[in-house]
Ligand binder design. Structure first.
Ligand SMILES: *[C@@H]1O[C@H](CO)[C@@H](O)[C@H](O)[C@H]1NC(C)=O
Ligand SMILES: *[C@@H]1O[C@H](CO)[C@@H](O)[C@H](O)[C@H]1NC(C)=O
Ligand SMILES: *[C@@H]1O[C@H](CO)[C@@H](O)[C@H](O)[C@H]1NC(C)=O
Ligand SMILES: *[C@@H]1O[C@H](CO)[C@@H](O)[C@H](O)[C@H]1NC(C)=O
Ligand SMILES: *[C@@H]1O[C@H](CO)[C@@H](O)[C@H](O)[C@H]1NC(C)=O
Ligand SMILES: *[C@@H]1O[C@H](CO)[C@@H](O)[C@H](O)[C@H]1NC(C)=O
Ligand SMILES: *[C@@H]1O[C@H](CO)[C@@H](O)[C@H](O)[C@H]1NC(C)=O
Length: 349
């Protein structure tokens, strides 16, 4: 859900959106404003909003979150001005609310402090519709407040050992449910259009709920979770789908301290659609070069909190995969054990 910062990328978005809208029928997407564009004309540039959510959109209760919403343009036409709105769609009630309106020249700065579970939902930075003849790209962020206790049900990708998928690749996500009641649904936040909807064609059997999807968009950073009619939820699962031919295979859920974690870089052949892993790969952590391997995979032995971060890999000709967060959780039993060891060694001294 990180918006690409460069205006070159913004242009790619417009190009991709242009392509997307020209190949599928226009659907009534609420927050995307676009009037008739003569399809034989090239975009001369684009206008969009840009949004940042700091420190992260995936946070814990009582954290502080800053939301920034700006106008962003890659045209040199300085008279293209619009006013901005920050709109919130509540996860609980699904209602929309304009949180703030502001002149584009000033931008919106909005703070949630302290964050509660009630603040969860989709935050949209959009124009006010005053540029009717121009396509305005709108950013959406889902602010997810992590469950403070262990959630009653769990979610994971079941068809693959990864959560990055190439364009039109099919994948299945499943939830393990606590009981046989079938009041659970799998939900999906679509970062491209900013909507929350039920994952289509869900199958439930024997305390297991699954949903098979296939991405059709240029790229998306989506969020999946299961929720019950009573309001119970699993944690959220990040899923990235991308048009690039390189994806990174990592654990899909946060790992325990002490685990060995294998990262694998996969390249998808454009013709055969098969994935290969035999190439010289460069792995990056937090934008810094970390490993170079010949077999496309690398293992982080016995990970610690210091291994936590954003990873990506590079294929020699095809370039970079999307980034992927690897979270490392402290093992509560290990912490107790080292406490005991510490005490006993103190005693012998
Ligand atoms: C689209 O633009 C081209 C070139 O500017 C023009 O020749 C054509 O008539 C336009 N088509 C429509 C449907 O407006
Ligand atoms: C957040 O703050 C409230 C009120 O101070 C407290 O009751 C609650 O336990 C806190 N939650 C967490 C996860 O620290
Ligand atoms: C610049 O934007 C204004 C307002 O949207 C529009 O009227 C004008 O034609 C644009 N100029 C150019 C050169 O595109
Ligand atoms: C996922 O990883 C496990 C353990 O490495 C392996 O046994 C399994 O075949 C993998 N599954 C897929 C779909 O790649
Ligand atoms: C990690 O790998 C090392 C070396 O291969 C092995 O000895 C150890 O048991 C592995 N640890 C876990 C938690 O699998
Ligand atoms: C993709 O697969 C085809 C058929 O096996 C092969 O000829 C081609 O070289 C492959 N392309 C790349 C970039 O590896
Ligand atoms: C999802 O991605 C965000 C941003 O990269 C990260 O902060 C968060 O921890 C991830 N969530 C999980 C469960 O991996």
């Amino acid at each position: 859900m990180k918006p690409p910062p460069a205006s070159g990328l913004l242009f790619c978005i417009f190009a991709a959106v242009g392509l997307f809208y020209s190949v599928i029928p226009r659907s009534p997407i609420h927050d995307v404003q676009r009037r008739q564009i003569n399809s034989s004309q090239k975009y001369s540039g684009g206008i969009g909003t840009k949004m940042t959510v700091l420190p992260s959109w995936y946070i814990s209760e009582n954290d502080t979150v800053e939301i920034n919403c700006f106008m962003h343009t890659d045209t040199s036409n300085k008279s293209d001005k619009m006013d901005l709105q920050l709109v919130w769609t509540s996860l609980h009630t699904k209602t929309k609310k304009v949180l703030m309106s502001q002149r584009a020249s000033i931008g919106i700065f909005y703070v949630l402090n302290p964050v509660t579970h009630e603040h969860q939902g989709v935050y949209t930075c959009r124009g006010d519709g005053s540029l009717p003849d121009i396509y305005v790209h709108t950013w959406h962020y889902f602010i997810w407040v992590d469950a403070d206790s262990s959630p009653p049900a769990s979610i994971d990708v079941i068809s693959h050992n990864r959560s990055q998928f190439a364009n039109r690749e099919e994948f299945t996500i499943g939830c393990q449910l606590p009981d046989d009641n079938n009041q659970w649904k799998m939900m999906r936040f679509d970062s491209w259009v900013g909507t929350i909807a039920e994952c289509p064609n869900q199958v439930t059997s024997d305390r297991h709920l699954s949903c098979t999807s296939r991405s059709a968009l240029p790229w998306a950073d989506d969020l999946y979770w299961c929720e019950s009619a009573a309001g119970d939820r699993t944690n959220a699962l990040n899923v990235t789908t991308t048009v690039v031919m390189v994806v990174l295979e990592t654990p899909t859920l946060p790992v325990w301290e002490g685990n060995n974690v294998t990262l694998r870089c996969l390249y998808r052949n454009r013709t055969t659609k098969e994935f290969t892993t035999k190439f010289r790969t460069v792995f990056y952590k937090d934008d810094r070069l970390k490993f170079v391997t010949n077999g496309a995979s690398v293992t982080l032995p016995s990970v610690t909190k210091a291994d936590e971060g954003l990873y990506k890999c590079r294929h020699p000709e095809e370039g970079l995969s999307p980034i992927r967060w690897i979270g490392v959780k402290a093992r509560p039993d290990v912490a107790q054990k080292s406490d005991v060891l510490h005490q006993s060694s103190t005693r012998t001294l």
